[in-house]
Ligand binder design. Structure first.
Ligand SMILES: Nc1ncnc2c1ncn2[C@@H]1O[C@H](COP(=O)(O)OP(=O)(O)OP(=O)(O)O)[C@@H](O)[C@H]1O
Length: 245
């Protein structure tokens, strides 16, 4: 579904932040993007979203290139950012309606999804309020709602658990599993390794802007030479300078 091929990129060509990064996300899977603060996870996601242009390399979705048709590419992705980004002048309901228009959702599909999601995230009685007056966790829920209402082929989620209450975290995880079963692909960046280990099918472990280990837990154990290691043990090994690929 998504293929990132050998991208080098960042914010200024003379100082690339990520180097020769490759990864892929298939239908029916959750891929965990993990790494320390500043490792380059958000920068990779910004390249996938087309917010940054790679200096070299290529990003493909279902065989089509991001650079060839960015608008079509973006209509097939939804994104839950690390920091909620909301429109000051729109109510919660208007945020949802905007999502309906942008993703060209059928009214019946939109009505069914919004009803269920507002109920799951306990926001039904807030639809006419302005999310910029919400708490941080409630604002994050608005971003989650918009992404799941859109429900395109690929969902990109950047550090989604911070600020959510335990019920909301579980609801989000349940929805991610449901989307995966329905055939969507999910790229999930997180620091919460125990959750990643439990819910992700494969991983891309990034260290200092490069992919250090990738694949299933078994595959990464083989790459790192750490038979039987947990994700956290492999993470500690990589960040303390242990050998990579
Ligand atoms: N807008 C920016 N301009 C210049 N450099 C940036 C910018 N945003 C991030 N960087 C740099 O890029 C590098 C990677 O940052 P990035 O935000 O991708 O890390 P991350 O892995 O997502 O970290 P975290 O887990 O803290 O969110 C860091 O050295 C950071 O200082």
């Amino acid at each position: 579904m998504l293929e990132v091929r050998n991208i080098t990129g960042g914010y200024a060509p003379e100082t690339p932040v990520i180097r020769d990064v490759s990864l892929h996300v298939d239908a029916h899977e959750i891929v965990g993007l993990i790494g320390m603060n500043g490792a380059g996870k958000s920068t990779i996601l910004k390249h996938v979203l087309g917010l940054l242009e790679p200096f070299t390399g290529e990003i493909m979705l279902e065989g089509g290139s991001l650079s060839a048709d960015p608008l079509k590419f973006r209509s097939r992705i939804s994104y839950i950012p690390e920091q909620p980004r909301l429109y000051e002048e729109l109510t919660l309901w208007e945020h949802l309606e905007l999502t309906k228009l942008v993703y060209r959702l059928e009214e019946s599909v939109f009505a069914e999804r919004t009803k269920r999601l507002l109920d799951v995230f306990r926001l039904t009685d807030k639809v006419n309020e302005f999310p910029n007056t919400f708490s941080k966790g409630m604002q994050q829920k608005v971003m989650i709602l918009c992404a799941f209402v859109a429900a395109p082929d690929l969902l990109i989620v950047d550090e989604p658990f911070v600020g959510l209450d335990p019920l909301a975290i579980q609801s989000l995880l349940d929805l991610l599993i449901e989307m995966k079963r329905e055939g969507h692909g999910i790229l999930l960046s997180t620091h919460i390794l125990a959750t990643a280990e439990r819910y992700c099918d494969r991983f891309v472990m990034v260290n200092a802007g490069q992919v250090a280990l990738h694949g299933t837990v078994d595959e990464m154990q083989a790459q790192s030479g750490l038979a039987g290691a947990t994700l956290e043990e492999m993470f500690n090994h990589v960040v303390s300078g242990g050998s990579s690929r």
